[in-house]
Design a protein around this ligand. Structure first.
Ligand code: AMP
Length: 485
């Protein structure tokens, strides 16, 4: 078991080193007060530690090759972030890595840079390029962002990379794959799908990255991930990233990593210092009206509103439109093009408000988000911390406002327990809470069989039918031949 002292040193180091201006994390230091208590549960033996950090590290001190240094400079980065400083040398040295960090910490570069370097040091292969690095991430938005980062940091390295995700026609993706790529970024569903159709082989993967493992589990991808792991070659380097390290995450990590080094980013400031939080008690039926009021009052030009459901997000957008507030929704039912359009309209401030569900919001990387509104409180307290962390980034001051109806009071209690503080309540507003009963949920009957849904959807094809269809198209399949991969 790794010594506690070394973690403590690392922790103290990050409290001294003030990255707080540019890399303020979303997180409450209490929430992320992982190092000592958490580490006692860390299941890996022989875990190596890091300690010799110096305070003014430059990218050039991390043994990064010239073509990548040049690209980093072109990106305008001057110094590595803590996760980059820790992870890059360890990955370059060939270690498996367990990274406790989330979006906003610079973790994408922390794994992308050493991957590009390792692959480009050994790229004189004859014939078609093989997938030698595979990065699996839960959402399309994250996949696209990682793909963009790889292109940016690797622009002088002579490697080919591509991104695949579901919800769009596969032809363009398979076209690029057939030309051969060195690095593949993928969401799990589309990856397995294209593997089954014979477009992708992951037999030659040398480096495997599982990004945002906690989200992956939240989104129900555990079976897909397990299938992928079985299809990977045994000899490989593994990099595992997660913002939280719940027992099931550690269990999954244990099935992937071998003798890993653990790195983590310990946040410098607490949510309370970075983000101004407030709370309105309001009835469910008045939330839309209150939202309009709040938006008219608040000067913020970029506002992210969270709803629990996709349908709820659309309803909020419609309501705001009626009040001349430009908004768009981003959630899983929207096509990829729609989402991208909404995101770019939001980034260039054509629209002021983006309404999102938690899963869709995960990949939004907008640094100057000024205000986050929890239209509904999340039932998982950590989600609150993730949500409000979308503001107060990159040194900006952030504001987080939450609406809480009577039914959500229990969620509020959990959240306040987690963040170790009471969220200040705005008492004076036009829609004070009047409903103090919990509405009975409508009883829903059992879901009809697939054939009877949507006016008679086709039954799911059997494996034999899928095989026959693939054969007709002249594609190889991997059904029943798992050992090939
Ligand atoms: P990530 O946590 O990977 O999503 O990165 C968050 C943001 O930080 C992205 O917009 C990156 O472009 C940016 N970034 C990553 N590394 C650095 C760095 N060393 N210096 C400045 N910005 C960075």
């Amino acid at each position: 078991m790794r010594e506690k002292g070394s973690i403590l040193n690392a922790t103290l180091f990050y409290f001294c080193f003030d990255y707080s201006v540019k890399y303020r994390n979303i997180v409450d230091s209490q929430y992320y007060n992982l190092p000592l208590s958490f580490n006692t549960e860390f299941p890996f033996e022989n875990t190596k530690s890091f300690s010799d950090n110096n305070l003014y590290m430059q990218f050039s001190e991390l043994n990064i090759i010239q073509p990548i240094l040049k690209a980093i400079e072109e990106e305008g980065y001057t110094t590595p972030t803590p996760i980059q400083e820790q992870a890059i040398p360890l990955v370059l040295a060939g270690n498996d890595l367990m990274g406790c960090a989330q979006t906003g910490t610079g973790k994408t570069a922390a794994f992308s840079i050493p991957i590009i370097q390792l692959l480009s040091e050994n790229k004189d292969f004859k014939g078609k390029r093989k997938i030698r690095a595979l990065i699996v991430t839960p959402t399309r938005e994250l996949a696209i962002q990682i793909g963009d980062s790889l292109k940016a940091y690797g622009r002088h390295a002579g490697l080919a990379s591509t991104v695949i995700f579901g919800g769009v026609n596969q032809n363009k993706q398979t076209g690029v794959l057939q030309q051969g790529v060195d690095i593949l970024v993928a969401t799990p569903g589309r990856l397995l799908d294209l593997m089954m159709q014979g477009f992708i082989s992951i037999r030659d993967v040398e480096i495997f990255v599982l990004d945002e493992a906690d989200r992956m589990l939240d989104m129900g991808f555990i079976h897909d991930v397990n299938k992928l792991i079985k299809a990977l070659p045994d000899k490989r380097q593994n990099l595992f990233f997660s913002a939280t390290m719940a027992p099931e995450i550690l269990k999954l990590a244990g099935t992937i990593l071998q003798d890993p080094v653990r790195v983590e980013v310990t946040p410098v400031s607490s949510t309370a210092e970075i983000i101004k939080q407030s709370l309105y008690f309001v009835d469910k039926g008045n939330k839309n009206a209150l939202l309009v009021d709040v938006l008219n009052e608040q000067p913020a030009t970029s506002v992210l509103v969270f709803t629990r459901t996709k349908h709820g997000a659309d309803k909020v957008v419609k309501h705001l439109a009626k009040h001349n507030i430009k908004a768009d929704a981003i959630h899983g039912n929207k096509s990829q093009n729609n989402r991208q359009r909404a995101l770019s309209n939001f980034k260039d401030k054509t629209i002021r408000v983006l309404v999102a569900t938690d899963i869709a919001a995960r990949g939004i990387d907008v640094e100057e988000m000024e205000l986050v509104i929890n239209f509904e409180l999340p039932n998982i307290s950590e989600t609150y911390v993730h949500r409000i962390g979308r503001t107060g980034r990159a040194g900006n001051k952030g504001t987080a406002i939450s609406f809480c109806d009577y039914e959500e009071k229990a969620y509020l209690k959990d959240i306040e327990k987690l963040i170790h503080q009471s969220i200040p309540v705005i008492e004076e507003h036009p829609y004070p809470m009047e409903v103090f009963v919990i509405e009975k949920k409508e009883q829903r009957g059992a879901r009809p069989p697939r054939e009877q849904r949507n006016g008679g959807a086709k039954p799911r094809p059997t494996i034999e039918q899928k095989q026959a269809a693939a054969k007709n198209k002249g594609k190889k399949t991997w059904f029943g031949k798992r050992d090939r991969y």
